[in-house]
Design a binder for this molecule. Structure first.
Ligand SMILES: Nc1nc2c(ncn2[C@@H]2O[C@H](COP(=O)(O)OP(=O)(O)OP(=O)(O)O)[C@@H](O)[C@H]2O)c(=O)[nH]1
Ligand SMILES: [Mg+2]
Length: 414
């Protein structure tokens, strides 16, 4: 009897132990180690994603972490069966640094506006729902459309212009159904957005400097990291300038991106002169034959110092030969609302903004600020952030953007 009890007890302990071990392994795999299917997906993701015809600086995100010091891959070289698979071990992710995604292998497919603008599209669709349920263009329809455009941040001046043109086409019976109205609105929005020169400029006589400006928290440093990755993946040598000397953490954040990109980072002391940092970065780039300086700046300063005056100084210094400021990119958070327009005016007056990077479109119920900026200020939106991953920074595509934003309630995006 005693023997039977002992045998049963031993068996129970053995079974419980095995179950605990399996559970622990399963949990570990869930956190640290992707299942085999996910891993093979990552490998597939390491294939370079071709994007044809995009301008410099707006090319396809790198398909793998760029490798410092290596020449770019030869375009057009066939990857036949004899081509060895990429077996470079992936560096361990640096966890926990805000604004520095730990994902080192880029996804194969670029994010689509339609997928990432779901929030904005749903908000717009909900506001014009009445027009479609009533099935006619009445006075209430105009009010609903106006509200939808204003709440999407298209801005009063542009909204008024758009609606006036549409009203005329309805009066002349060129447009008579809600579907036609929406199609005409899309067409008009595309034409408002058709004039912008969206490529990023480089200089042929000197060291190209791209200055990133914007109020705090909009995504300047993250954008520099992502742009650095794009450029390095195209074989350009990048120097980053930690011109935000207001916070020590800003240079640390940029350092992590620089490490990832394989770029040199030039930084100064906390509270130091940002102009001096950018100047040194240009010197470093020139002496090393680098192609591009990406300069970060502070989004706010100690109260005593006027941010705009400081930025003007930085720009002047960056423009001293061999440096040449080819782009001043204003980073705007799409969730900011109409304040983004005020920011654009202020920065444009102070430092001559050449283009806008509109970040966080993925989390915004708006997005129309892109239209307001282009139509009211004439500044082209060059890049947009559709998410936090490095590959989520993409060239602005006006057609995709309009089709993704303006759609009937619960309807397809275009
Ligand atoms: N969802 C989303 N988040 C973004 C995007 N771009 C940047 N972010 C996040 O925005 C946060 C702020 O980004 P930073 O790059 O630190 O912003 P900053 O302008 O440099 O901020 P300061 O240095 O404080 O002036 C980070 O958590 C980024 O990951 C985007 O397109 N989509
Ligand atoms: Mg920053």
């Amino acid at each position: 009897m005693l023997l039977t009890i002992l045998v049963v007890a031993a068996l129970a302990v053995l079974i419980a132990g095995t179950a605990a071990l399996l559970t622990t392994r399963g949990r570990r795999r869930g956190v640290l180690e992707p299942p085999p299917a996910a891993r093979s997906g990552e490998r597939r993701g390491a294939v370079r994603r071709p994007v044809g015809g995009t301008p410099p600086g707006t090319r396809a995100p790198p398909s793998t972490r760029p490798r410092p010091g290596r020449p770019p891959s030869t375009p057009g070289r066939p990857a036949g069966p004899s081509t060895p698979p990429v077996t470079e071990p992936e560096a361990p992710a640096e966890p926990g640094t805000p604004g520095v995604p730990t994902q080192l292998v880029q996804p194969e497919v670029a994010p689509r506006f339609r997928d990432r603008l779901g929030k904005a599209r749903a908000a717009f669709g909900a506001r014009i729902g009445g027009i479609f349920s009533r099935g006619r263009i009445d006075e209430q329809a105009w009010e609903e459309l106006e509200e939808a455009l204003l709440l999407a941040d298209v801005g009063l001046a542009t909204t008024t212009k758009l609606l006036q043109a549409l009203r005329e086409r309805v009066s002349s019976r060129e447009i008579s159904t809600p579907d036609e109205l929406l199609a005409a609105l899309r067409e008009d929005l595309r034409s408002v957005l058709s004039g912008g020169e969206r490529s990023l400029a480089v200089t042929s006589d000197g060291t190209t400097v791209w200055l990133f400006v914007g109020v705090n928290g909009v995504g300047k440093t993250t954008t520099i990291g992502k742009v650095g990755l794009l450029e390095a993946s195209e074989g350009r040598r990048v120097v980053m300038a930690a011109g935000d000397t207001f916070r020590a953490a800003a240079a640390e954040q940029l350092q992590q991106w620089a490490d990832r990109v394989g770029a040199d980072l030039v930084r100064g002391g906390e509270g130091g002169d940002p102009g001096a940092v950018v100047f040194d970065a240009v010197q470093r780039a020139a002496s090393k034959g680098a192609d591009l300086v990406l300069a970060d700046t502070a989004g706010r300063l100690h109260n005593k110092v006027n941010l705009m005056e400081e930025l003007k100084k930085v720009r002047r210094v960056a423009d001293r030969p061999p440096g040449k400021v080819a782009e001043v990119l204003l980073v705007i958070d799409a969730t900011t609302g109409q304040n983004g327009l005020a920011q654009a005016r202020q920065f444009a007056d102070a430092v001559g903004v050449t283009g806008v990077v509109l970040t966080k479109l993925d989390g915004s119920a708006k997005g129309g600020i892109a239209v307001a900026i282009e139509s009211e200020l004439g500044i082209p939106v060059k890049l947009v952030g559709l998410g936090e991953a490095a590959s989520d920074l993409v060239p602005f595509d006006a057609t995709e953007f309009v089709d993704a934003l303006v759609a009937p309630p619960d309807g397809p995006s275009a």
